[in-house]
Design a protein around this ligand. Structure first.
Ligand SMILES: Cc1cc2nc3c(=O)[nH]c(=O)nc-3n(C[C@H](O)[C@H](O)[C@H](O)COP(=O)(O)OP(=O)(O)OC[C@H]3O[C@@H](n4cnc5c(N)ncnc54)[C@H](O)[C@@H]3O)c2cc1C
Length: 426
């Protein structure tokens, strides 16, 4: 039997109408040049253009090359370090304000979703406990949330988890009813429209190959000519390349892979995930899945490989991971498999600011659906000198590590160790 072909295009992009930004003459001089046309770059461009600054956004690939078209579309509070860890490292005030901005980012995206038709669904998330110990810790944390940072959380014991997922894989878990999901590509196109409507010019397939400081700002070298810009923003996240070695030394690109089942029918999907929620679990090497926007399929993602760029090569592993949780999917066909490069940081916080005069905003550690539009807006406002662009992350050191130059040689050992810890349940 000929195997069913699997498309390497993200499911979300398949039916999206992505009109290529006009292949127009590039302006020779602009106020603001944004490098990278994902959620971050487009959100920043919208601010600067709306304030009357001539703004050009360039992307090296076709629109949607980066993570912003191809992620899982899960919307959750997304600051990775706990309040306690941030308090110990940066003080109670900064720690609290960083966490608050994590909540603000979700609220901002929710408000954007009223303007942008992005398939927003308020179905919440089930956070499955990988071990009984994880469940106990989750239940304890849910009881003891820091004051002023509370989220609605309900604890689901193992005996009741079938109401969330038709699986015995987890040891219970927690429901976050205020989490949401969306169609990532539709969000990207919505942010593109907002940036363009404000007057920004967006051009894809035009990489910035070099940046040189000049008396009046910067000179950007592209295959389509040289651009003079008063201000430059790097919004390249997990795709940060040789353009800026300083940033490359601080961003760890990590592949995240997803598969989509063929249409199963909404009843079958509902029989597996009765409340239609996002599902994530407490393993270190995390997996995440959800119903597709139309409720017809399961879209499943995780860290399937370390540096594999061919998503099809990761299909068998992802499928095994999915079937361990939902054995009912054993015989289903897969229709899509894709990969994107998320940008991690050494302190697992996003970073924004200015280095050698170049603005930057990146490092969402795989959680940029709410964080990138929010911090993108904030950095755009900072470029305008506006006080309401300030964030709690301003001025935090952006750490690197000795011998790290953009190729994460340590990742194989770390992921191996994490997988081992997951397997033995610690
Ligand atoms: C499979 C997967 C699943 C994910 N799931 C979730 C999720 O469920 N929830 C969540 O919150 N987050 C998720 N994420 C992360 C989220 O998608 C990202 O954090 C977010 O999209 C980052 O947006 P960005 O605009 O900063 O970067 P990107 O969207 O990655 O854009 C960066 C752009 O920079 C361009 N670029 C790089 N160098 C140059 C150059 N020299 N010149 C011109 N252009 C350049 C690239 O071509 C690219 O388009 C996921 C990511 C992946 C890959």
């Amino acid at each position: 039997m000929t195997p069913h072909p699997i498309s390497a295009m993200p499911l979300w992009m398949e039916h999206a109408v992505i009109a290529p930004p006009a292949a127009r003459e590039l302006p020779g001089r602009v106020d603001v040049l944004v490098v990278g046309a994902g959620y971050t770059g487009l959100s920043a461009a919208r601010e600067t253009a709306a304030a009357g600054r001539s703004t050009l956004v360039l992307d090296g690939g076709a629109l949607g090359t980066g993570c912003s078209s191809r992620n899982g579309g899960q919307v959750a509070y997304s600051i990775k370090p706990s309040f306690a860890a941030l308090r110990d490292k940066h003080g109670a005030d900064v720690g609290f304000r960083i966490c608050r901005e994590g909540l603000d980012a979700v609220a901002y995206l929710r408000s954007l979703a009223r303007e942008i038709d992005c398939g927003w669904r308020d179905d919440g998330c089930f956070f499955g406990a990988h071990t009984a110990r994880h469940f106990e810790r989750m239940a304890r944390d849910a009881e003891n949330q820091p004051r002023g940072l509370e989220q609605r959380i309900s604890v689901v014991p193992r005996a009741e988890q079938q109401r969330e997922i038709a699986s015995d894989f987890y040891h219970g878990g927690c429901v976050y009813p205020d989490d949401a999901s969306l169609d990532p590509t539709r969000l990207l196109l919505g942010l593109l429209g907002r940036a363009q409507d404000s007057g920004a010019t967006v051009v894809d397939r035009c990489p910035v190959n070099a940046l040189h400081a000049t008396r009046e700002g910067f000179e950007a070298l592209t295959p389509r000519g040289v651009i003079q810009a008063r201000q430059v923003l790097l919004a390249t996240n997990g795709y940060s390349g040789p353009l800026s070695p300083w940033h490359r030394r601080r961003i760890i690109p990590i592949g995240s892979y997803q598969i989509a089942t063929e249409p199963l029918g909404t009843d079958r999907v509902r029989s597996l995930i009765p409340r239609g929620r996002n599902i994530v679990d407490s393993r270190r090497v995390v997996v995440y899945f959800r119903p597709s926007v139309d409720g017809e399929r399961i879209v499943f993602g995780g860290r399937a490989a370390l540096a594999e760029t061919d998503p099809l090569a990761c299909v068998p592993r992802l499928r095994r991971m999915m079937e361990r949780i939902l054995p009912q999917l054993h015989s289903v066909r897969l229709s899509h498999a894709w990969v994107g490069w998320v940008g991690y940081t050494f302190d697992t916080l996003p970073h924004l600011g200015r280095h050698d005069g170049v603005y930057y905003c990146m490092g969402y550690c795989g959680q940029g659906v709410p964080l990138a539009p929010y911090f993108g807006r904030q950095i755009g406002r900072q470029m305008l000198g506006l006080a309401d662009g300030r964030t709690a992350l301003d001025g935090l050191p952006f750490p690197s590590r000795p011998y790290y130059h953009g190729k994460p040689w340590f990742l194989a050992a770390s992921v191996f160790a994490y997988r081992l810890m997951d397997a033995i349940g610690i």
